[in-house]
Ligand binder design. Structure first.
Ligand SMILES: Cc1ncc(COP(=O)(O)O)c(C=O)c1O
Length: 666
């Protein structure tokens, strides 16, 4: 505590003492004012949470104030998500539930294919478009099957980044015209399997990611007496943009440098295999948020194509990789959004490659994209329930200050009484200082817990009052934002960030989160969402509100007797496979829901992990654990620490627990 502060405190204390004159002095700390409920409606909620922008037309709010899913847009069939959740719970499917909507995947595939066919028609491009879906983005059988089913019309193939993914590709793709693009680091077995699949008639292309692979392909192809189908991945100098910028540039992990490309072409020439080199590939990163970065990579990629053709390589396919981003926050700026749409992306790929080719009179190649995120992100949503709330601001917070209270309490009380828009900034800083003093006094034994609690309640009261005052002040925006965050509640939620939304923890990616019901009601609380793990990082504290990033989410008051469901949206890309078992929270229940004119069909239910399953991943055996527990309870009975009935109950709980869900079941 500074000397100056001491003096101020003493003056205030003496003044307070005079005012109190030995009496008890009581005040009531207010909650932030809640405007009348009728001022609010579902359009207001839509604006607040931004659902009409990041929802991409697949999610909106219906008249009842519930989120509904509309895979075919506003006029198509729709499903009320609250109704769906209630139906699922009635069937014994437990929150948290991951809900997949394959109709959204179909719509995304059609959208991308139609953007390319329109661009090809508009520019008079002479090649065609043939996409591949990168299996790594979501390898779930249901997702890959839907991709193959709905991608048939446009011969959508698969991109495989590893040996296991190649085995999925070979097992799942039956259409001989669909491409199977083999990327990633390869060993001899990977290469041999891919070559044999080419002999079988599959449209497999082995992309050389490092020079050794080329020599191995040539060696194996000679043994198998076949002409391999080869692609080269070029290491572009053009950088992507956003979080995965390191996927590009001269020091990126994959691809061949210009000298390696020239040596590779010479090697193939000398082996009389140059006609095997049919594809050029590059990839400058996922979620590229700037169209300028995309354009410059296409330009450089197209130059590689024409130059490799000049060197005699009969390349037919230019594979521009992934990178097509998703608008996670609807703002059109920053890493979580994109400053372009699918149409602009397709127009740029087609027109830039066409103009670079035309300059050199080079044939227009077949265009391949490896968009995964853009195809599957929208299709899955995690719905979880709120278990309880820790409200910092009590509704009624009566505080009595007496002569016996510590001087810091009197000083805080003084601030509380005298705050106005004239002194807001000064008193805000004084309050923070006094809060810190309280902490110091408590730590050094000069203040007891009761006094500390009282001081803290007054601090919350001051901050609440300051928040109300700051709302009308133009020069208090910064304080208001800080206060909003400081005064936010904590909503305890039934999910694990690490299992279901891992990128929000790993790369601070923002995923849209909002209530799926009560959206005609004004949300009058602000909260940070914490998960079930014992990890302080296990929380969501980045949200979108009126197109601005906020650290607390506007929510409705939690009612103990009614479920309150929140949805985390756009989780279909990468999240399922990157999710981990932190604190042993396993896979959630997952359902696949088809939507049609008459309603919806639950097409598939995957039960989440049981505790026994999760324990087996870390090498615990159920039988072994149960028999150890039984031995311990028998010993307890013998030593009279526990009765037989108690032992039986304990064993029942133990075995039920092992068979149960890893999440909380209410
Ligand atoms: C080679 C390759 N292709 C495609 C993708 C998928 O890209 P996106 O996430 O932009 O769909 C990736 C992922 O980074 C990749 O490494």
């Amino acid at each position: 505590m500074t000397k100056e502060m001491d003096l101020t405190h003493e003056n205030v204390r003496q003044e307070n003492m005079r005012a109190l004159n030995g009496n008890r002095f009581t005040t009531e700390i207010p909650t932030p004012a809640t405007p009348p409920v009728e001022e609010w409606n579902s359009e207001e909620s839509a604006k607040l949470y931004g659902i009409n922008t990041w929802g991409g037309g697949y999610f909106r709010i219906n008249k009842k104030g519930n989120v509904c899913v509309t895979p075919q847009g506003k006029l198509g069939p729709q499903v009320d998500m609250l109704q769906l959740m209630e139906d699922l719970c009635e069937r014994g499917i437990r929150p948290p539930i991951l809900i997949r909507f394959p109709d959204i995947i179909r719509s995304r595939i059609q959208l991308l294919a139609s953007c390319f066919s329109s661009a090809i028609a508009e520019y008079g491009y002479k090649g065609k478009y043939q996409g591949v879906y990168p299996v790594k983005v979501n390898q779930q059988n249901h997702v890959v099957s839907e991709i193959i089913k709905h991608g048939k019309m446009s011969s959508l193939g698969l991109e495989c980044g590893s040996k296991p993914e190649l085995l999925i590709g070979l097992g799942m793709i039956e259409d001989m015209s669909s491409l199977i693009v083999c990327n990633g680091f390869k060993d001899s077995e990977y290469i041999e399997t891919a070559l044999l699949s080419q002999k079988l008639g599959r449209n497999t292309i082995i992309v050389v990611d490092r020079f050794w692979e080329l020599t191995e392909i040539v060696k194996r192809a000679k043994i198998l007496e076949m002409k391999p189908r080869i692609g080269f991945r070029a290491k572009l100098e053009s950088k992507g943009s956003g979080k995965w910028i390191e996927s590009s540039g001269a020091r990126s992990k994959f691809g061949l440098t210009p000298p390696e490309i020239v040596s590779g072409i010479n090697l193939l020439k000398s082996e009389n295999m140059l006609d095997s080199l049919i594809l050029l590939h590059y990839h400058v990163g996922s979620q590229i948020n700037s169209i300028q970065a995309i354009k410059s990579s296409i330009k450089e990629g197209a130059r590689y194509y024409v130059e490799m053709r000049e060197l005699g390589a009969p390349i037919q396919y230019v594979d521009v990789g992934g990178g097509l981003g998703v608008d996670y926050d609807g703002t059109g700026k920053g890493f979580n959004s994109v400053n372009y749409d699918e149409k602009e992306y397709a127009n740029d790929v087609v027109s830039i490659i066409q103009s670079v080719c035309d300059e050199k009179d080079t044939p227009h190649p077949t265009l391949v994209t490896e968009s995964g995120r853009a195809l599957v992100a929208h299709h899955s949503v995690l719905i979880f329930n709120v278990l309880g709330v820790n409200e910092l601001i009590q509704k009624k917070n009566e505080i009595t200050v007496t002569e016996d209270d510590h001087e810091v309490i009197h000083n805080l009380f003084e601030i509380y009484e005298k705050i106005s828009n004239e002194n807001l900034h000064e008193f805000y800083h004084d309050t923070l200082q006094l809060k810190n003093d309280t902490h110091q006094l408590f730590s050094f034994g000069y203040m007891n817990l009761d006094q500390r609690a009282k001081a803290e309640r007054i601090v919350w009261g001051i901050l609440t009052k300051m928040y109300q005052i700051s709302q009308g002040m133009e020069d208090a925006v910064e304080i208001m934002e800080t206060l909003k965050q400081e005064l936010s509640d904590t909503y305890f939620c039934n999910f694990s960030v690490f299992q279901s939304v891992p990128d929000s923890w790993a790369v601070e990616q923002l995923f849209p989160v909002m209530p799926i019901h009560r959206l005609t009601e004004r949300p009058n609380r602000r909260a940070v969402l914490v998960d079930l793990t014992c990890d302080s990082d296990g929380k969501l504290d980045q949200f979108i509100e009126y197109e601005e990033k906020k650290h607390a989410l506007a929510l409705h008051e939690h009612q103990e007797t009614k479920p309150y469901f929140l949805g985390a949206f756009l989780l279909g890309a990468y999240q399922e496979i990157l999710g981990d078992l932190h604190n042993l929270f396993g896979d959630t229940d997952a359902v696949t829901v088809g939507i049609n004119e008459v309603g919806y069909t639950i097409e598939h239910v995957e039960e989440g992990d049981t505790v026994t399953e999760v324990l087996s991943y870390v090498q615990y055996n159920r039988g072994d654990l149960v028999s150890r527990m039984r031995k311990a309870t028998e010993e307890g009975i013998r030593n009279k620490k526990i009765t037989t009935q108690e032992a039986r109950q304990l064993m029942k709980n133990y075995e039920d627990g092992l068979s149960g869900y890893t999440y909380l079941e209410e």
